[in-house]
Write a protein that binds this ligand. Structure first.
Ligand code: HEC
Length: 124
């Protein structure tokens, strides 16, 4: 019996507590984003850096909200496209993703918005 319970606990950990990279993978974020370089959308590193700088203590909430509800027009370089809404994600998933994105900010290059989000070397 103990063994069965253990197995269930381990399995549910795998199925429900996805880490940020798994969430990014299963939700197709990398179709548009890369971690440290510009793609069809700003790099996660640049997003983390920008939000830390301009939103301060609201950075995490702003990022969670943008993933959940989408975003358009914040990054002039990407004015022609938009961030789709991911209504399927739980608050916990959004929180995991926001923490991950904020943690990438040290990988941002340059100091301005454009530079920070554009000049990476395509690590993915
Ligand atoms: C169809 C392309 C596309 C996909 C897929 C996509 N994004 Fe985005 N994302 C964008 C674009 C374009 C922007 C810039 C929006 C803007 O200028 O306001 C953006 C912006 C963002 C921002 C910045 C919001 C802000 O307020 O600074 C975050 C965070 C983000 N995306 C996270 C994600 C995550 C996490 C996923 C996967 C769950 C994802 N994106 C999937 C295109 C995409």
């Amino acid at each position: 019996m103990k063994k069965i319970i253990m197995t269930v606990v381990v399995l549910s950990g795998v199925l429900f507590a996805q880490n940020a990279e798994e969430l990014i993978d299963t939700n197709g974020c990398l179709a548009c984003h890369a971690v440290a370089s510009k793609k069809a959308a700003p790099a996660f590193a640049g997003i983390g850096k920008r939000n830390k700088r301009f939103e301060g203590s609201d950075a995490k909430a702003t990022i969670m909200n943008a993933i959940k509800n989408g975003s358009k027009g914040k990054y002039p370089m990407f004015a022609d496209s938009a961030m789709p809404a991911f209504k399927n994600l739980s608050q916990e998933d959004l929180s995991t993703l926001a923490d991950y994105i904020l943690a990438q900010s040290s990988k941002a290059k340059g100091r301005g918005m454009g530079q920070g989000m554009g000049m990476g070397r395509g690590m993915q």
